[in-house]
Design a protein around this ligand. Structure first.
Ligand SMILES: [Zn+2]
Length: 157
């Protein structure tokens, strides 16, 4: 059931622009990668940043979609488009926090979660991110660099 995600670097650049802007406010940013399922792979089409709320507390920062955004996510998609990955930034190191594990935005088998370090100060290179895949019954399992490289094909148009 492993499928490849053909991902334009331009989509990752859009994502970085958004995450960097949020980072300038000291906030984590989050969004989703949408795409189309083709016969042999998924073609990632765009980055979508739904309405979100930045939370700053004594424990650090976090981000979540507003309730409204959570319940209207599907409305953001075009016909045949689906969400395949969620992506969010961290102020420092990239890893899945307990809160990230519990995040219910994407719950389909094989859903991808990408954590971008340092508020996306550098162009997004997926092997430098922490990337997890949801396996029902096991949870979010981190992919190693070789798996990330196999799973994502970056295109430059
Ligand atoms: Zn996180």
């Amino acid at each position: 059931m492993i499928q490849r995600y053909v991902t334009p670097q331009m989509v990752l650049n859009d994502c970085r622009t958004f995450l960097q802007e949020r980072g300038r406010e000291g906030c984590e940013g989050t969004g989703l990668l949408a795409g189309y399922k083709l016969a042999t792979h998924v073609r990632v089409s765009r980055f979508i940043a739904p309405e979100q709320r930045c939370i700053k507390s004594a424990f650090g920062v976090s981000v979540e979609l507003t309730e409204q955004a959570h319940h209207t996510l599907i409305d953001l998609l075009l016909p045949d488009e689906r969400f395949y990955a969620r992506i969010h930034s961290h102020p420092r190191r990239a890893y899945h926090s307990e809160m990230d594990d519990g995040n219910g935005v994407l719950t389909h088998q094989g859903a991808i979660s990408i954590v971008v370090p340092f508020f996306a100060r550098d162009p997004i290179l997926l092997p430098h991110c922490a990337i997890y895949r949801l396996k029902h019954g096991s949870g979010w399992l981190q992919l190693d660099v070789a798996e990330v490289t196999d799973l994502f094909e970056i295109t430059y148009e």
